[in-house]
Design a protein around this ligand. Structure first.
Ligand code: NAG
Ligand code: NAG
Ligand code: NAG
Ligand code: NAG
Ligand code: ZN
Length: 416
C-alpha cells in the first residue's frame, strides 16, 4: 500500500522515505518490461562460435553485450532477434545461411529455460506471465527470400514474424539506404511490382514490415501501400544526426499516419554521428521524435551485437534503466514510458495480426519475379527443352543453356 502511494506521490516520498528514482524505474520496468526491436546475437554466435552453441552458458557471455543475467537486470522481457545474413550471400546461398540463423536462434531459445520462442501478441503476453524472455525472429534483409514468395511463406511457418525489406544492398525489388554494394542499381527500383507483392503478402501473412535500412523512396512507397502499421526496428532521428539509416521528420509524420513505430537505435554513430555518445544525447532523440509525432509512435531498438559503438553508460543489455531514468528526469510520464517500453509494440503487432485476420479469405500470392529481373545465373529455369524458345532465351547466360540441356532429367522431378 505504502509503495502504491509512493508511485503517486513520488517526489514527496523520495524526500521522506528514500524511495529513490532508481526504485521508481525498477518498479515501472517490472510492470512494463522492455520489448526491444533489434539485437544481433545470432550474428555473434556465427562469428564467435560458428553456431556451435550446445556448450555455451547463456547466463554469462562476458565477450558480448547480451546474456540472460544482464537481460534480466535490464528488465528485458522480449527481444526481436535479427536473422541476418551478409549481402555478399545475395544470389548465392542466402536462403541456406538464413535457415541456419533461424536454426541457431530456435535452439538457443528452446534449450534455455529462461527463453521462449513466441510468434504472436498472445504468446508474447503469456511469456511475460511465465517470467520468460520472449524471443521473436526477424529477418534483416529481403535478399534472404531470394525473390520468392513461397520462401517468404516458409520463413513465416518457421516462426519469423518480421522482415526488413533490405539490408545494405538493394534487392531486385527494393532499394537500400546504403550504396555499399552495387547489386541492382537501376532506375525505378524503389518498390517494383514484385516488391509490392512482397508487401501485400507480408500483410496477408501477418509479418511486420521493417523499413530500417531501406531507402527513403522505398520507405515512402511502402508507407503508402501497406495495410498494416510498419516499423523502423532500429533507426534514430535524421534531424539530430544526418545518417542515411535515420528517419527524417517528414517520414516520421508519414509513419504516424500509418500508426507505425520507430524503435530508436543506440549506435553512437546514429545518435551523435560520431564514435562517442552518452545517454543524454540518446534521450535527445526520444525528446525530438516525441515532439514531432508523440510518444505513442516510439519504441527501443538498441542494435546490440550489430553496431560497434555504444553510448557511455548504455553499452550492454543491463543498462536500459539508466535511459528510462534520464527520460523520467525529463518529465516523461509513466504512461509514456510504458508505451515506449512495450505497449506501442504490442499495439502495432496486434494491428498487424488484425490485418492478417481480415485478409484470411485471400489466397497465397502466386506472383513470381521474371528471370530478367533477377539476373542470377544460379537460378534454374524450369522449362522443357522442346518448348518453343522465347526471344529472351537468346540472351540467357550460357550456364542456363547447360541447365536447359539437362531438362529431360529435370522433367522427371517437375511436371513441366
Ligand atoms: C552459468 O553461469 C551462471 C552465471 O555465471 C552460473 O551461475 C551457472 O552456474 C552457470 N551454469 C553452468 C552449467 O555452468
Ligand atoms: C561471468 O564470467 C566471467 C568470466 O568467465 C566472470 O569473471 C564473471 O564473474 C561472471 N559473471 C557472473 C555474473 O557470473
Ligand atoms: C519508371 O516508372 C515510371 C512510372 O511507373 C515509368 O513511366 C518510367 O518509364 C519508368 N522508367 C524506367 C527507366 O523504367
Ligand atoms: C553528453 O555529450 C555531449 C556532447 O559531447 C555533452 O555536451 C554533454 O555534456 C554530455 N552529457 C553528459 C551528461 O555527459
Ligand atoms: Zn541493421
Amino acid at each position: 500500500m505504502y509503495r502504491l502511494q509512493c508511485i503517486i506521490l513520488v517526489s514527496l516520498c523520495a524526500l521522506i522515505s528514500g524511495y529513490s528514482e532508481e526504485d521508481r524505474v525498477r518498479d515501472l520496468m517490472s510492470r512494463y518490461p522492455l520489448i526491444d526491436g533489434h539485437n544481433d546475437l545470432a550474428l555473434q554466435l556465427r562469428k564467435l562460435y560458428n553456431n556451435q552453441v550446445n556448450k555455451i552458458n547463456f547466463s554469462n557471455m562476458s565477450k558480448i553485450a547480451t546474456d540472460i543475467s544482464r537481460l534480466v537486470a535490464g528488465h528485458v522481457q522480449a527481444q526481436m532477434f535479427s536473422v541476418y545474413v551478409m549481402c555478399g550471400a545475395q544470389e548465392k546461398d542466402a536462403v541456406r545461411l538464413t535457415l541456419e540463423q533461424i536454426d541457431v536462434l530456435k535452439r538457443v531459445c528452446t534449450q534455455n529455460q529462461d527463453f521462449e520462442l513466441v510468434t504472436s501478441t498472445q504468446e508474447l503476453r503469456n511469456s511475460h506471465m511465465k517470467h520468460k524472455i520472449a524471443c521473436m525472429l526477424s529477418i534483416e534483409g529481403g535478399h534472404s527470400i531470394d525473390s520468392s514468395l513461397p520462401v517468404l511463406r516458409m520463413f513465416y511457418q518457421l516462426g519469423v514474424r518480421s522482415m526488413a525489406l533490405t539490408h545494405t544492398c538493394n534487392t531486385p525489388w527494393a532499394e537500400s539506404s546504403s550504396k555499399r554494394y552495387n547489386f541492382y542499381q537501376r532506375q525505378n527500383n524503389s518498390l517494383t511490382s514484385f516488391g509490392r507483392a512482397v508487401v501485400e503478402e507480408m500483410n496477408r501473412l501477418g509479418m511486420i514490415i521493417d523499413l530500417s535500412h531501406t531507402s527513403w523512396r522505398t520507405a515512402q512507397a511502402v508507407l503508402k501501400l501497406s495495410k498494416a502499421p510498419v516499423i523502423f526496428s532500429h533507426s534514430s532521428s535524421y534531424t539530430l544526426c544526418n545518417n542515411d539509416r535515420n528517419v527524417p521528420d517528414s517520414m516520421l509524420k508519414e509513419l504516424k499516419k500509418n500508426q507505425g513505430l520507430i524503435m530508436v537505435n543506440f549506435h553512437s554513430n546514429f545518435i551523435s554521428c560520431k564514435r562517442e555518445a552518452n545517454i543524454s544525447l540518446v534521450a535527445d532523440h526520444f525528446d525530438h521524435i516525441k515532439k514531432i509525432i508523440g510518444a505513442d509512435s516510439i519504441g527501443i531498438g538498441s542494435d546490440f551485437e550489430g553496431a560497434i559503438n555504444f553510448p557511455k553508460g548504455l553499452d550492454d543489455v543491463s543498462k536500459y534503466p539508466a535511459l528510462i531514468q534520464e527520460l523520467l528526469q525529463r518529465n516523461w510520464t509513466e504512461h509514456e514510458l510504458a508505451d515506449i517500453l512495450r505497449q506501442n509494440f504490442l499495439r502495432v503487432f496486434n494491428k498487424v495480426e488484425e490485418v492478417r485476420d481480415k485478409m484470411v479469405t485471400e489466397p497465397p500470392s502466386e506472383v513470381q519475379i521474371s528471370v530478367e529481373e533477377v539476373q542470377n545465373p544460379c537460378r534454374l529455369v524450369l522449362r522443357h527443352p522442346d518448348s518453343p524458345s522465347s526471344s529472351s532465351e537468346q540472351h540467357l547466360p550460357s550456364t542456363l543453356h547447360i541447365l536447359l540441356a539437362a531438362a529431360p532429367l529435370l522433367s522427371t522431378l517437375f511436371l513441366l
